[in-house]
Design a protein around this ligand. Sequence first.
Ligand code: MN
Length: 484
Amino acid sequence: MQEERSIEKLIRMMCDFNPRSESDLVRLAYEFAQKAHAGQQRMNGEEYITHALGTGYHLASMKMDDATIIAGILHDVPDETQYTIEQIRHEFGKEIGELVDGVGRLGKLKYRGKERYAENLRKMFVSIARDIRIVIIKFADRMHNLETLDALPNDKQKRIAREVIDIYAPIADRLGIGKVKTRLEDLAFPYLDPEIYRTVSAMVIPATQEKEAYLARIHDRIAHVLTEHGLQGYAILSRVKCIYSTYIKMQKKCSESLDGIYDLVAARIIVPTIADCYAALGIIHQYWKPLKGRIKDYIAQPKPNNYRSLHTTVFCEDGEIVEFQIRTPEMDREARYGIAAHWHYDEAQKQSARMTQKLDWLNEILKLQERTQGNDDEYLSSLKLDIFQNRIFVFTPKGDVLNLPENSTVVDFAYHIHSDIGRRCSGAYVNDVHVSLSTILQSGDVVEIIVEKNRKKPSSDWLRFVKTHVAKSHIKSQLKEVRS
Ligand code: MN
């Protein structure tokens, strides 16, 4: 059963983590969305505003900044109501307008199955490079959709679940937002394959409960051992593995049982400093014998998504096998919130040049990914080439993506769709604004070409501004064609 949600509760949540939250503006956004969505219903019969509120809730639980939460509340207004993005810009300012606009654009991208995976991933990254908050709003939107997925027909449920598993969760993972990744996966899994979900959860849930009970029993023993060796200010928690990642692990092991999966529930030890992390590891190994090859130092060598922690698996009390994860509070926060932590109130204070830091951070991921390359992920390497070597990504109104060199114009775009579209183009709408043919496109633009049906040849003037080889050669040959 879901908790009762209200705008007042949401505002209280925001003020809890950021005393300077602009609660008036949040309330205004809520009233605006309420008015805009008035009379609309979700598939489950609830009023539409519950979706706006639910999205805002998820963003608040990620401790996002005011602008992101407000944009989350407003995210479906331009596409689902008679109110326009201009009105939102006018009422709530440029920053919120940009975020809402970006979410709308992401919403138009259709995932058409595995073979378009890489392409869609790129599209998502395009907007990440512009403002990662847009993607985070989309995560929150998806989480609420998954919570209310029961009301949808089967095939739609499956499609949405597939998209979440193939596109959204991996991106959340790469951005280091562990909290969102596991939440998305466990919400989607039951719809992806109900039968497998039933089988796996019937195995995992009781085993997890057993392990949790065991860890609760030995909690004091662990605490005693750590204290005895002078460790102070630590906390011992337990972390339960998400059902979907357990299933993936079973698949990797080609196993139909939980044999060899030791981290269904892990003991997580939070200690004040990095030195304490290594000290705790040493203490644990003194008491309990570690399993071979299972000591991982992700502090010295962080995962590509910046995850840091020490892991070890030991034969613990009564011979039970237990995984320990040791980290500082900062590492713990980063592991849960990842890049989203950049917008946390206290963080925001510290970071004035947020944008550049964000990009540095992404570049860092890409560099790390490159280093760990091999089997892992061919997408990210191609992505790196595409995004960072002077290429732009632009969309057709249907959400297909075109990858063009920087400074490409409307005419380049038209020729890349088809030489006949190029020949006949007479103008274009870029993001719904009428523009001239020589207009230079930017990453993320949605471009609709206006064709003049009876036009036979291109203009030789175009050769002065087109950028791509494809456009140039077509224009030249079409000009010749008509002359001869
Ligand atoms: Mn939505």
